[in-house]
Design a protein around this ligand. Structure first.
Ligand code: LLP
Length: 431
């Protein structure tokens, strides 16, 4: 017999398909303890329903509009996830030829692909032109020149948007804020019109749209509205110069609940942005967006086993088998991820405060600090909100094979990536 799902808002993020049932942490209808036993740890587990429901919020927001959602696949590029999103109508925002080939391998429609990034190589441009991607988001004047040259040599005109930097403060972590003057992305607002004039004059280019992305893990509507106004000002100026802007690509960046943040829902955010576009007479314009984290971040968890407990004078360490190579966000950004037991402790179990750390030989190798947990060696823990920028940023540091991945659908669970084998670690070496 199963009791009704109980979720504690402070413990589990909303919309994540996670619940405790009879003391067991479930993702959809699958007990995570069973998956940890079957596949070993560290193990990433994703919910198909949570991904589709995050996508549905955007789709609701754009109902009746001309809009294309291009999933920023850097957030999580596992083929099964890409395939799921491609089948649900998504295009992809890519930043390398590796991502391009991955997206194609997952069945992406080339015309729904946009290519972002400040350092595209000629070879990457050539391949993207060959398969017929939808648009290049260009980030500098020299890149415009090179792309024009490459496209001409392929007998084509490359569709381009210029990524403009609206100089808006996204009020997020400095490493993931991209729309301010002092960072390497985009072309300054003041130089955008001149850049468009230049693009329009180049024989290998066709101006398709305008692009902007102000940062990541944004939890407020205001920076978006500010950026939208600035982009629409530019569209007006560029079109007054006789250059038509087919679409407006508004990037990604919508945040998720890691530790109680309350970002707007995607449909609510877009209701406000579309109202602004309507009010300014741009309601009919084709829209593109590039969400990453908000589609997959809270659809995934990372399961890990407690190896050792090491109480100390100043700190207590809970040493687990997942590490900064599997889940680099805490080490890189001091990011917070909730950590919960996969099987709830009995009420009489002693709770202590632990720093949850991995086996990698670096003091920065921690997953969570000062967490109240009742744990014993052999227990499994779940690191939450691990669907975005975890597996996709994983490395082999300390010669640690990368984790396995499972996709859950209702009561079914399917292995979508085998655990990396030890021999894989030196497969490409010539030593
Ligand atoms: N478009 C462009 C041009 C981007 O650079 C990014 C993310 C996105 C879209 C998707 O942004 P999202 O919707 O996921 O916020 N590793 C960091 C995040 C880096 C984001 C890089 N660019 C983290 O773990 O927080």
């Amino acid at each position: 017999m199963t009791s009704p799902a109980t979720t504690t808002p402070a413990l589990l993020p909303g919309g994540a398909a996670l619940s405790f049932q009879n003391g067991q942490l479930m993702l959809e209808q699958v007990a995570l303890s069973a998956l940890a036993r079957e596949h070993g740890t560290p193990l990433f587990v994703y919910s198909r329903a949570a991904i589709l429901s995050a996508l549905a919020a955007y789709q609701r927001g754009f109902a009746g509009r001309r809009a294309q959602i291009c999933y920023a696949m850097k957030a999580n590029a596992s083929l099964a996830i890409l395939r799921l999103l491609a089948e649900a109508g998504c295009g992809f925002d890519i930043v390398s030829v590796g991502e391009l080939e991955r997206a194609l391998a997952a069945g992406a429609t080339p015309s729904k692909i946009v290519f972002s990034g400040i350092g595209k190589t000629r070879q990457e441009m050539r391949r993207a032109l060959e398969v017929g991607i939808g648009c290049f988001n260009v980030e500098s004047l020299p890149e415009l020149d090179v792309l024009s040259e490459v496209a001409q040599s392929c007998g084509q005109r490359a569709p381009v948007s210029i990524r403009v930097n609206p100089n808006v403060d996204a009020r997020t972590h400095p490493y993931i804020s991209t729309g301010l003057k002092g960072n390497k992305f985009g072309i300054a607002h003041e130089q955008a019109l001149a850049a468009y004039r230049h693009a329009a004059s180049l024989p290998g280019l066709r101006v398709a749209g305008i692009d902007c992305h102000i940062g990541s893990q944004i939890t407020e509507v205001a920076p978006y509205l500010e950026a939208m106004d600035r982009v629409l000002d530019l569209v007006t100026a560029i079109e007054a110069a006789g250059i038509a802007i087919g679409h407006i690509d508004f990037g990604g960046g919508l945040g998720i609940d890691y530790r109680g943040e309350t970002p707007p829902a995607a449909d609510a955010l877009w209701a406000e942005l579309l109202a602004r576009m309507d009010a300014r007479g741009f309601g009919e314009r084709q829209i593109m967006i590039e969400p990453g984290r908000s589609l997959v971040g809270n659809a995934g968890v990372c399961l890990t086993e407690v190896l050792y407990l090491k109480p100390g004078e100043q700190k207590n360490f809970c040493i687990v088998d997942a590490a900064m190579n599997d889940l680099p966000r805490p080490a890189l950004y001091e990011a917070y991820h909730r950590i919960v037991p996969v099987v709830q402790a009995t009420p009489d179990a002693a709770t202590s405060t632990w720093d949850v750390v991995g086996p990698v030989c670096e003091s920065g190798d921690w997953l969570g600090r000062e967490r109240a947990l009742a744990v014993r060696p052999g227990d499994h823990l779940a690191v939450l909100s691990a669907g975005a920028y975890c597996m996709s940023m994983a490395s082999n540091y300390n010669a640690r094979p990368r984790a396995a991945e499972v996709l859950v659908d209702g009561a079914q669970a399917r292995l979508i990536r085998r655990r990396e084998q030890l021999q894989d670690l030196w497969r490409d070496e010539l030593g």
